[in-house]
Design a protein around this ligand. Structure first.
Ligand SMILES: [Zn+2]
Length: 114
């Protein structure tokens, strides 16, 4: 299961960070996930909850901030997020240059109790 391996990676990183900060408990994890990273929020939280009993991260809530694919249109000098199946600029119809592919996955911050 995809989410389970991500959850276990998350737990590892978060525990390391929490220990470094001298945390007693991790309250929340703020995650940034691209729309194409394939993260299902509920499945991720569920997997995470399976792994966290008796760890610093027990009961921690995962907040996911979704990011989208972005393109830059040279003629309009603008950035846009394309609609599904249509990668062209909403203003002029040109197909812009891909600047973010929507597959990122990173821990933005964690909230802890010390
Ligand atoms: Zn344009």
């Amino acid at each position: 299961m995809h989410e389970l391996s991500i959850a276990s990676y998350l737990l590892e990183s978060v525990e390391a960070q929490a220990q470094e900060l001298g945390a007693q408990r991790v309250l929340a994890i703020n995650l940034v996930a691209g729309e194409r990273a394939g993260i299902v929020d509920d499945a991720l939280q569920f997997s995470f909850d399976l792994l966290t009993p008796e760890t610093l991260a027990e009961g921690a809530h995962i907040n996911v901030r979704r990011t989208f694919m972005r393109f830059h249109c040279a003629p309009c000098d603008c950035e846009y997020s394309p609609k599904v199946g249509n990668f062209s600029c909403p203003d002029c119809g040109a197909v812009g240059q891909l600047t973010a592919d929507g597959t990122e996955l990173l821990i933005e911050s964690i909230e802890i109790e010390t």
